[in-house]
Design a binder for this molecule. Structure first.
Ligand code: HEM
Length: 128
């Protein structure tokens, strides 16, 4: 697929069908990572995937509304460190690459995810 510099990241990633596939691929990686899996014990993965799809589709400029909880609020009780956040983003990058996303678009997506670090970790200056 051609990357067009001025189209929305959502479209450059291949739209809704492709992003849903990428999100599924990411959670397979996250849930089989021994450092991350415990966070998701007892969590309904179906809702999680749907909400993550909505959130990312919207964050990447797609025509989708996010209907889930505010990120700070939903992650606060989970004590997620900067290291956990980095591993999670690494799995997202691997999922993008496994779906043949162009390196430039992978970088763009990771740059946007990084903006949510403080909300997810609840930390402003700790890189544990
Ligand atoms: C930029 C990175 C992230 C984004 C955009 C994100 C986004 C989301 C979204 C949209 C939900 C669903 C909210 C709802 O159900 O209403 C969620 C839930 C959750 N996320 Fe994240 N997340 C991120 C990183 C992480 C990381 C690094 C972890 C842990 C390693 C994590 C653990 C969880 C857990 C455990 C839930 C379920 C919360 C619950 O229902 O109690 N997330 N996240």
């Amino acid at each position: 697929m051609m990357s067009k510099a001025n189209s929305e990241l959502f479209d450059r990633l291949g739209g809704a069908t492709k992003l849903a596939q990428i999100v599924d691929n990411m959670y397979e990686r996250v849930l089989s990572d021994p450092d991350l899996a415990d966070f998701f014990e007892g969590i309904g993965v179906k809702r999680l995937r749907q909400m993550q799809f909505q959130f990312l589709a919207s964050a990447f400029g797609g025509p989708v509304n996010y209907t889930g909880a505010e990120l700070t609020q939903i992650h606060a009780k989970h004590a997620i460190s900067g290291k956990h956040f980095a591993k999670f983003c690494g799995h997202f990058a691997d999922a993008l690459e496994a779906n043949d996303i162009a390196p430039r678009d992978v970088d763009d997506a990771l740059g946007r995810l990084a903006m949510y670090k403080d909300k997810v970790t609840g930390e402003t200056n700790v890189d544990g």
